[in-house]
Design a protein around this ligand. Structure first.
Ligand SMILES: [Mg+2]
Length: 328
């Protein structure tokens, strides 16, 4: 499996652009979010921040990839350190509760064991940061599942959040090597891999392609994993199960266009910076950086340094995947 530089840049930049596109609308209902044309034309004002500002989703992704690039490997305690350092400087934008709790615990103890928020807190703070890590494993998907589970566990010990982190990394890994894989085949592969971690999320993902044909699919996604629907209108909460289902749904419905996939994600309403970040990264794995509107790439905060990090990550991946291919 070889990866083009465009795919790796597309994932990091795509995630950041999707995050920045959704950030001004976090928590809003679908009806209160601008139409796709308006979202694509330029970043909207995000109060108190410069245009094109991304948030915690991108910050934690970058911290993870920086750790990998610096070590030339995935070193779990260093990923914990790199993520937690963000909190030392109080520079995290819109952080989630579980990640904050985990990072503060790490900063207080220097210990990455059991730093993750306890079972019961099943937020999407894992899935928001794992897509780009999926590229690391090439065709070694067995290692992907166990290592991404370890990375997810740093912030969340709840199996639903761990499974959600694994699903997004694996989806990106699969899509980067097979852009046209069918929705059912993709969902079955994802579900099979996380079945041992969380059977509930696995069966919901397996049901998603059939459900996607029904007009009430968005309601199904928004209420998934909850005893009863929280609201009468569908909205995607920061709970990991709806977030992961919504992300895969958008990717499957809009496989041919980066901007269609990401604007459809942001328009779902709710935790839309995270949805934008996940779908932007996964869609970047399909279309590469050329698939992302150039005006948004140019206006993204730190666009050049994020692309530079992606280039270093790509160089590392090329060497690693070449070695993997030689060993086969
Ligand atoms: Mg965010």
């Amino acid at each position: 499996m070889m990866l083009s530089r465009s795919i790796v840049i597309g994932m990091l930049i795509g995630g950041a652009v999707g995050d920045a596109m959704g950030a001004p609308f976090e928590g809003l209902w679908s009806d209160d979010i601008p139409n796709a044309e308006s979202l694509a034309s330029s970043f909207h004002e995000y109060h108190g921040y410069p245009s094109g500002q991304y948030t915690d989703d991108t910050q934690l992704t970058i911290a993870t990839i920086q750790s990998i690039v610096q070590n030339g490997d995935i070193v779990i305690p260093d990923v914990a350190r790199s993520i937690s350092e963000l909190w030392r400087h109080h520079s995290v934008i819109g952080p989630g509760g579980a990640c904050t709790q985990a990072a503060e615990k790490y900063l207080a103890t220097g210990n990455h064991f059991d730093m993750g928020a306890p079972v019961g807190q099943a937020g999407n703070g894992t899935a928001m940061r794992t897509a780009a890590i999926g590229l690391w494993f090439g065709n070694d998907r067995h290692s992907l599942v166990s290592t991404v589970a370890d990375i997810s566990r740093l912030t969340h010990q709840d199996p639903r959040s761990i499974a959600g982190g694994v699903v997004i990394a694996l989806a990106a890994n699969i899509l980067a090597s097979d852009h046209t894989i069918g929705a059912a085949e993709l969902c079955n592969a994802l579900a099979d891999s996380i079945d041992p971690i969380d059977t509930e999320l696995a069966s919901l993902i397996r049901a998603l392609p059939d459900r996607s044909r029904s007009p009430d699919c968005k309601k199904f996604i928004a209420a998934a994993g909850q005893p009863s629907a929280e609201f009468t209108e569908p909205i995607i909460s920061p709970f990991v199960i709806p977030t992961v289902l919504a992300s895969i749904y958008c990717i499957n419905q809009h496989r041919n266009s980066w901007i269609d996939a990401v604007t459809s994600a942001v328009q779902l309403g709710g935790d839309v910076d995270t949805l934008g970040a996940i779908v932007g990264a996964m869609s970047g794995a399909i279309h590469g950086v050329e698939g992302i509107p150039a005006n948004l790439v140019a206006d993204l905060q730190d666009s050049e340094s994020i692309a530079a990090l992606a280039v270093r990550y790509h160089w590392l991946l090329e060497n690693r995947l070449q070695t993997q291919a030689c060993g086969e």
